[in-house]
Structure formats: structure tokens, C-alpha cells
Design a binder for this molecule. Structure first.
Ligand code: GDP
Length: 140
């Protein structure tokens, strides 16, 4: 399997509960390397742009309000099959459906406040990484 990069976000419910280190340990234990990372507070416009693909969904407003309600940690994870591996480590969107031992099963508060984001495909990963990081900020 090829080495890939994926965008991860530790969402405001995760930073608020001081879970950054615990979540990063899950990634590293799974063989994913954190090759870029920064803590930012997204503007409403930045959140709307990031989630533009969901603009027509009924939860869009709630999602953007949540994502700019506090700091987030945006990061680039690198590893073999990193996109699928990160989705596995994260667990299903709805924590009630997430497999035991996944980040969302262990930490998420609800389907909206679900602690982490991870890109879902190579093209989205490339676009999402470029949304937050310059090439020079990613050090593999
Ligand atoms: P993901 O790829 O697992 O993050 O899931 P999606 O791409 O389907 O949705 C993006 C994000 O929108 C999710 O991580 C949730 O934070 C939020 N979301 C998805 N479905 C719902 C919902 O039914 N209600 C609310 N409030 N938020 C949702």
C-alpha cells in the first residue's frame, strides 16, 4: 500500500476537554506520523469554506457554528494507507455506531460534536491539506 497523507482535525469538543495528547497517541500507536500540526481558531467563513460540500445539508449551520466555537488542532497524518487507516482509528460519524476502541466511540459527545475529522479520499485529502497548510509547513 502507498504512503499517503490525510487531513485530521481535533474538533472544539476535543480541545475543550484537553484531549489533544490522548488523541495524538491513538494516531501514533496506529502507525500514523503527525507531519504537520497547528492549533487555530477558525472563522465562520473558514468553517463554511471547509465544509462547503455539506452546504445543502440540514445540519450545515450547526456544524459551522460548532467548528468555530473554540480552538481546533489541524494536522497532517502520514503513513501507509493513511486515509483509510485514520478513518478506522476515528470510527463511524455517529459515536453510537462507532466500533469499540475508536476515538469517536471513546470520546465523542454526539453525531455533531464527534471530536475528530478525517479526509475520506485522496482528492479530498489533497484539497483539505492545502486548505490549511503551505507545503513548507509539512515536514515528513
Ligand atoms: P465524517 O466524514 O465521518 O466526519 O462525516 P460526514 O462527512 O458525513 O459529516 C461531516 C460532519 O458533519 C460530521 O463529522 C459531523 O460533525 C457533522 N454531522 C454529520 N451528520 C450530522 C447530523 O446528523 N447532525 C449534526 N448536528 N451534525 C452532523
Amino acid at each position: 500500500m502507498a504512503t499517503e497523507r490525510t487531513l485530521s482535525i481535533i474538533k472544539p469538543d476535543g480541545t475543550q476537554r484537553n484531549l489533544t495528547g490522548k488523541i495524538n497517541a491513538r494516531f501514533e500507536d496506529a502507525g500514523l506520523r503527525i507531519v504537520a500540526q497547528k492549533r487555530i481558531w477558525m472563522s465562520r467563513k473558514q468553517a463554511e469554506g471547509f465544509y462547503a460540500v455539506h452546504a445543502a445539508r440540514p445540519f450545515f449551520g450547526e456544524l459551522c457554528d460548532f467548528m468555530c466555537s473554540g480552538p481546533v488542532v489541524v494536522q497532517v497524518l502520514e503513513g501507509e494507507g493513511a486515509i483509510a487507516k485514520n478513518r478506522e482509528v476515528m470510527g463511524a460519524t455517529d459515536p453510537k455506531k462507532a466500533a469499540p476502541g475508536t476515538i469517536r466511540a471513546d470520546f465523542a459527545l454526539s453525531i455533531g460534536e464527534n471530536t475528530v475529522h478525517g479526509s475520506d479520499a485522496p482528492e479530498t485529502a489533497a484539497n483539505e491539506i492545502a486548505y490549511f497548510f503551505a507545503q513548507t509547513e509539512i515536514v515528513g
